[in-house]
Write a new protein. Sequence first.
Length: 587
Amino acid sequence: MSKIRLTFGSAEDAQSFASKWKLSAPEASTVDVEWHLLPQSLQEAGVSHELLDTAEHEYIVKGEQAAIEAHATIVKDMGNGFFKVSSSSPIDLGKAVDSIDHNKGSLSFLGTSSISSMNVDPTDIDPTSAEGQWARIRCASTYRPLASSYSMHDTNYVSKPELYIVDTGIDFTHPEFDEPTLTKEFFYAVPQLRGTAYTEGDQLGHGTGVASMAVGKNLGITPNCILRTVKIAGFDESANAMYTASLDELADAIDAILAEVVADPNKTRIVNMSWGVSRNAFLDSKIQALIDAGVTVIAAAGNSGISVELITPAGMDDCLTVGAIDKYDIPAGFNNISPSDSGLVTATGLSLDLFAPGENVMIAHPEGSNQPYGIASGTSYSAPLVAGICVVVGSMNNGSVLAPSMKETIMTTATKNALLFEDSSFSEIQNNLAFVFTADPLASYKESDMVSYLGVSLDEDLVIDLNSNIDFTVFKKLYPDDAVTYSIEFIDPAIEAKYGEYITVNSVTGEVTIRPADGVVLDAETKLEMVEFIGSASSDKITIKTNTIFYFNNNPDHADTLNSDVTLALTDVNSISFFGYWSLLLK
């Protein structure tokens, strides 16, 4: 039964309100709503309210104490100007205070694939295959064609960030979380879910799927973190039913995370919130306190097709709010939108910040499911991909990467203009695709043994620049004070012994000089000898390596057949011109 009946001045106004919130079509000028839309309905001009539920209820309000006490009994001072109250006159109370949110009972999470209801199709697709991992492969690629697999540069992780999944719990027994670098911790459960066999684990499945996209060994970005579960929904053994937190219980869970930050601020902390409720002043204040303390909060944009400005936490400017795309780089039709962002000219202050794969992605199923993996859709699964990238950033830094710096890094490294916006729901300034900037763009070359050909060493020096095959640009931009050292390594020790003295590299600039190998005498029957090496650029955070680079040293005794000998030799190797590589990468 609905709680409040709203009567608008016209049927058009009623329809407008119903459309904004994706409610059923109204009858004439009347719309019936639940408690979670009480604060939003009070903001509508010219609307009369009729209480269909006249019982006394609990609310959390913010306002002057005298104004509150005129319409309610104060139950508890919640701090920061908020009070928990009891009242049977919520309309009058709401008009007398700055904000009002209904407290008792489960929160109304919004979206067709929300924390409390999942639509997952079991699958037998191999989670180690490119098809199973397409979501994270897309995040490891800039522009198409995509990488053939998920591959990272050699990255120096110097710390373990804490990643909090505020959700339905996590099934830590799932093979996705069987990874030695992943530390798994049960951190918190709302009171109604404590102290039973169901306290840990995941009875609804949502949290397990979310966590797998962030840190799963096959599906996630990186397992290098302390994964902490904050359980706000699950099976209530005493009631023999599923239970979802109330407003103040969810606020207490957020406060528990904040207490950790206060006790030890020198850690990178990321909180993933793959859920949304109608805009809630009290929750906004709690989440903002986390962000102000340095915690990066990742929010799912939501799946209702409404404006993210109407949603907590997605509508908060300081969160990283993530929408979903499909395999074809098109934003999913279920995305919540942010039309007000269209007037911005920079990515600062966006309500919907960026996108990540979230339509028909593979996620982990919890214990007891028909299959250990499933195919699901929702911004719930886009958000943790970004959370995983935040873990990468935190892992590369000692101490704490604070929320503003983290957001700047994520937005700076996001791939621009890679998505296909087919309608006016989003603005071009939102055309940002989450990118794992530690990904190796040469992975496909290396897996297929594609080598880069330099040419033939004749009578003059052959000079190349390793920066034509190594892109350190983003790291120099993110970490300008980090020194970069260039070097080469030979694949074959015997080749190194023969040619090492003729190849030098400038460790500062990456310039490689190959001098004629006058002292190397080839056997009479050897027309050409392949000299292979790999270039690298290293900082204290990362080492980026080229694919195999080679050139030919020729035998002067066969100079008259050199061109045909080279042509024939190149037919036996899977090669591309070293100097043509960079233009191919940019396509």
